[in-house]
Design a protein around this ligand. Structure first.
Ligand code: PMP
Length: 404
């Protein structure tokens, strides 16, 4: 008798591995300049400072122990002080909850805030990690487009006027992944007002806010309303391996998240949480470190945008890259970035096609480029290779047209 394979839960139906993760596996070849991954630069991660902090943390054996589910007390204190400065009000320690990266916060919030069938509004193109969470929670997804000023809150208002009632709206307010844009102060205010008028939660997902190049990012959406749950992370300013994210949220939400976090992992790592506390609390060092990351990413962003403009001219429209890690490129013609990708890889450059971030299809003539892990020379070389690939594609299309 052949064995009967037991089934998996229905919530996995229709879930797919992130296209970006699958792609990253293909582009690990050393001859490819990959602008595909969304990774911060390892060379800029403060390894020596982390090693010092680890050594000091390990002099106390209790750092090998379990810690509180809500996070190690001194880290919550440091985070409360930082968030007070960001939000322009006194944030109390109890309002802050430490999570295993902000991705865990998203995942736990999906469980705390969403019943199956609930409506979630996301930005289009979307942060794929959030889309996966909301899909796994069985939510219905509605997409609101972005423009240069961030989420089109006027389109959200129309959706609400039609009687749609979202349980939550997700926004990456600063230096959007993948779109690169930052929500304007007026739209932040408008989003907060809509949340209060219609009674929905907003998740302000902000891992990139400190990576500004010319001017600090605007006041968070969370500074305008208590309906906004604010997420941030040490991944992009220190190192992802520390897995330190945090949430500032009202007490009912926090209680739910803390309960579910207990069943997810009991608690985070006391060791990495002490390391993060040490680094975030070392004011002069931290300022110098983050300034350096900002300066170098800013130069790389300029190099990439400059190369795109000089090599591809008005064939493309790209974001200005005023912070964060990404430049979004729209081809003005009908260039299909999914079809272009194999040619680009052949030429030795990789990117993520825009369609990987599309909520319901589209963005076939767009791409996301990550500028963090290549220096200016490599970025220029990457754009040269991309330009050749675009040329190859045009030649092949012309040949195809002749042979038809
Ligand atoms: N939100 C956004 C918008 C992101 O881009 C990322 C990482 N790519 C995350 C959340 C998760 O980051 P982490 O879990 O490392 O804090």
């Amino acid at each position: 008798m052949s064995p009967t394979t037991p089934p998996l839960a229905r919530r996995l139906d229709g879930l797919q591995s992130s296209a970006i993760r699958d792609l990253l596996k293909l582009t690990a070849r050393s001859d490819i300049i990959s602008l595909a991954g969304g990774l911060p630069d390892e060379q800029l991660m403060p390894r020596d400072r982390i090693a010092l902090a680890a050594e000091s943390a390990l002099t106390d054996r209790s750092r090998l122990q379990y810690t509180e589910s809500a996070g190690w007390g001194p880290l919550r204190e440091v985070l409360a002080a930082r968030e007070s400065a960001r939000l322009g009000r006194a944030v109390h320690v109890e309002e802050v909850l430490v999570t295993h990266g902000s991705q865990q916060a998203l995942s736990l919030l999906g469980e705390v805030l969403l019943d199956p069938g609930a409506l979630v509004v996301v930005e289009n193109p979307a942060y794929v990690g959030a889309l996966q969470v909301f899909r796994a929670a069985g939510a219905r997804i509605a997409a609101v487009p972005l423009d240069a000023d961030g989420m089109r809150t006027d389109v959200l208002a129309e959706l609400l006027d039609r009687g749609e009632r979202p349980a939550l709206v997700h926004t990456v307010s600063n230096f959007h992944n993948p779109r690169g844009v930052t929500m304007s102060p007026d739209r932040r205010r408008a989003l907060a007002e809509l949340a209060e008028r219609h009674g929905f939660w907003v998740i302000e997902d902000d891992p990139y806010g400190e990576l500004w190049f010319d001017q600090p990012s605007p006041s968070p959406v969370a500074s305008y309303s208590a309906n906004v749950i604010r997420l941030s992370s040490a991944s992009k300013i220190l190192a992802p391996t520390l897995r330190a994210g945090w949430m500032v949220a009202p007490s009912a939400v926090r209680r739910g998240v803390e309960l579910l976090k207990q069943s997810a992992d009991l608690c985070g790592s006391a060791l990495t949480q002490q390391i993060v506390t040490d680094l975030l609390d070392d004011g002069d060092w931290l300022t110098a470190h983050v300034d350096e990351v900002r300066r170098i990413y800013g130069e790389r962003a300029q190099a990439l945008v400059g190369a795109l403009r000089s090599r591809l001219g008005d064939r493309v429209v790209s974001t200005d890259a005023s912070g964060g890690m990404f430049v979004w490129v729209d081809f003005a013609d009908t260039t299909d970035t999914v079809e272009l990708l194999p040619r680009a890889i052949e030429r030795g450059v990789a990117y993520v096609p825009g369609s990987a971030f599309a909520v319901d299809g589209g963005y076939r003539n767009s791409m996301r480029l990550c500028f963090t892990t290549s220096d200016a020379g490599m970025l220029q070389e990457a754009v040269d290779r991309l330009t050749h690939a675009v040329g190859d594609q045009a030649t092949a299309a012309a040949g195809f047209a002749r042979s038809e």
